[in-house]
Design a protein around this ligand. Structure first.
Ligand code: NAP
Length: 223
């Protein structure tokens, strides 16, 4: 019997790589990220194929997506984060976060809709606590994630045969969080952060939820 196919973006490291590891026993995998040795190494380890593309390059994304006729699971974990006050957050920083966190996910979902419909598939968005509450210093990142939540909500209502899940985690021990600590001028420590494998387990659990259930939102705070 053929196994379900899952495309996981942001799979070269962090949460996306953990999601790929946890889906690998049950799913054929396409690992998304920009081309790199790290991505290739993980693909070899998991027996997966790569979906190696810059999500901001919409023509290239559409070209790769055209070769996927049927897709059971699409997990959007790719993301970028830079923080700072409104006064010093430049248009190019806003643009980069919107390009990757919002438009990258929107366009990839749009071009894969026929494949997702063919499988009555499941789309999972790695959102953030910042997609529910905009704290000082987080204007651009939070706005990109509020936008992503709105897109997920509209998609869920439009595409009634699909499952659409937004996952809203707090801070996670990944390279992204190390970068955020550096921007906050703090020494890094994983204490009090969620583990990437824990967030991945929540995603895998949503993906494996029996077909009569529609996990619409998962909110995870560090304990
Ligand atoms: P991460 O460790 O920084 O990994 C980010 C991933 O996104 C990498 O695989 C990276 O791949 C990919 N990516 C970035 N820019 C890309 C582009 N232009 N095209 C294609 N891929 C791109 O981040 P993470 O911590 O795992 O975060 C995963 C998701 O969870 C993100 O959406 C993030 O916003 C969200 N989140 C994170 C935290 C946290 O505390 N870490 C908390 C809440 C929510 P390459 O660089 O190899 O291309």
């Amino acid at each position: 019997m053929t196994r379900p196919l899952a495309l996981v973006t942001g799979a070269s490291r962090g949460v996306g790589a953990e999601i790929a590891r946890q889906l690998a026993p049950t799913h054929d995998l396409l690992l998304g990220a920009r081309p790199s040795e790290r991505l290739e190494t993980l693909a070899t380890e998991l027996g997966a194929r790569t979906f190696a593309v810059d999500l901001a390059d919409h023509a290239a994304v559409a070209g790769l997506a055209a070769a996927i006729p049927r897709l059971d699971v699409l997990v959007h974990s790719a993301g970028v984060a830079s923080i700072g006050p409104v006064e010093t957050t430049t248009a190019s920083q806003w643009r980069e976060m919107f390009e990757v966190n919002l438009l990258g996910a929107v366009e990839l979902t749009r071009v894969l809709l026929p494949a997702l419909r063919a499988a009555r598939g499941h789309v999972v968005f790695l959102n953030s606590g910042a997609g529910k509450r905009a704290n000082p210093g987080w204007s651009a990142y939070a706005a990109s994630k509020f936008g992503l939540a709105a897109f997920a909500d509209a998609l869920r209502l439009e595409e009634q045969d699909l499952r659409v899940t937004s996952v809203f985690p707090g801070r996670i021990d990944t390279e992204m969080q190390q970068g955020i600590y550096a921007q906050e001028g703090r020494d890094y420590s994983p204490t009090g952060l969620l583990r990437a494998s824990t967030v991945a387990a929540a995603v895998a659990s949503a993906v494996r939820a029996p077909g009569d259930a529609h996990p619409t939102e998962v909110v995870l705070r560090p304990r």
